[in-house]
Ligand binder design. Structure first.
Ligand code: ADP
Length: 242
């Protein structure tokens, strides 16, 4: 196994004595679409918050030998870990291109940015093509459809060269067509990245998951393929309510 995977061991997060995450172990390999599911309050978002430095945690979260739990949030981004939130956080008044340009700047030195001013940098062009928004490059992000905003956010992670992408319900509120396009997009970009998706839409999970981790009450309840977790009686009991 190469070192391009996210390793989580004994991860715990406490809020005033309440264990929101309680000793989670996970190995998230490159080239697979990982889905994180579980009932509300299971700890999915808190897990992503812990790995991206937004809440203090104990245990271990490591990517390419870097100890993420002792790394500041902005350095975690530079280390190649990117995330999205449930509501898209694009700059509505700026164009699609400007949004990508700014996101790319997080990562690049001032002189490279200055050089890039001569034209659209190739990494931005590539991202525009990948997310399918090349024709809308000059439109203000505020006029984009809901699905397109989510794709722009993913594009912003691409230009930041995020090798690990943690996506919080990327298809929530999308049409069936947008969901399918998003699934195909994740498959394409997931070949060379580690992608972890928090998701409630089981139809989407069934269609695109390589690996599913089920969380419940701050712990990992089950892990496996969709078929494996669906057949697991513990999962049926707590998650599917059967
Ligand atoms: P999920 O994403 O699976 O719905 P969360 O990670 O949002 O679950 O929440 C896990 C648990 O931690 C919940 O019981 C939630 O109320 C609690 N929690 C989350 N964030 C905080 C916080 N900042 N302060 C106190 N409790 C929190």
């Amino acid at each position: 196994m190469n070192d391009d995977y996210l390793e989580i061991r004994g991860l715990s997060v406490e809020f005033d004595g309440f264990k929101a995450i309680d000793g989670v172990d996970l190995t998230l390999l490159q080239g697979r679409l990982h889905f994180l599911i579980g009932p509300n309050g299971a700890g999915k978002t808190t897990l992503v918050d812990a790995v991206t430095g937004l809440v203090p945690a104990t245990g271990l979260a490591r990517y390419r030998h870097r100890d993420l739990l002792h790394t500041k949030s902005h350095r975690i981004v530079r280390a190649g870990i990117g995330r999205t939130f449930q509501t898209a956080t694009v700059f509505e008044g700026l164009s699609v291109l400007q949004n990508l340009d700014i996101a790319g700047g997080v990562h690049r030195s001032a002189w490279r940015m200055a050089l890039a001013r001569r034209g659209t940098p190739s990494y931005v062009e590539e991202a525009l093509e990948t997310i399918g928004l090349a024709d809308l490059r000059d439109k203000p992000a505020g006029v984009l459809a809901h699905g397109q905003k989510q794709w722009l956010e993913i594009g912003m992670l691409l230009v930041q060269d995020a090798r690990v992408m943690l996506l919080d319900e990327p298809v929530a509120g999308m049409s069936a067509e947008e969901r399918a396009e998003t699934g195909e997009l994740l498959r394409r970009i997931g070949r060379e990245r580690t992608i972890v998706v928090i998701e409630h839409d089981m139809e989407f999970v069934r269609s695109y998951a390589d690996v599913v981790t089920v969380m419940h009450a701050g712990k990992v309840l089950a892990e496996g393929t969709v078929a494996e977790i669906q057949a697991d009686p513990r999962v049926q009991e707590v998650y599917l309510g059967r």
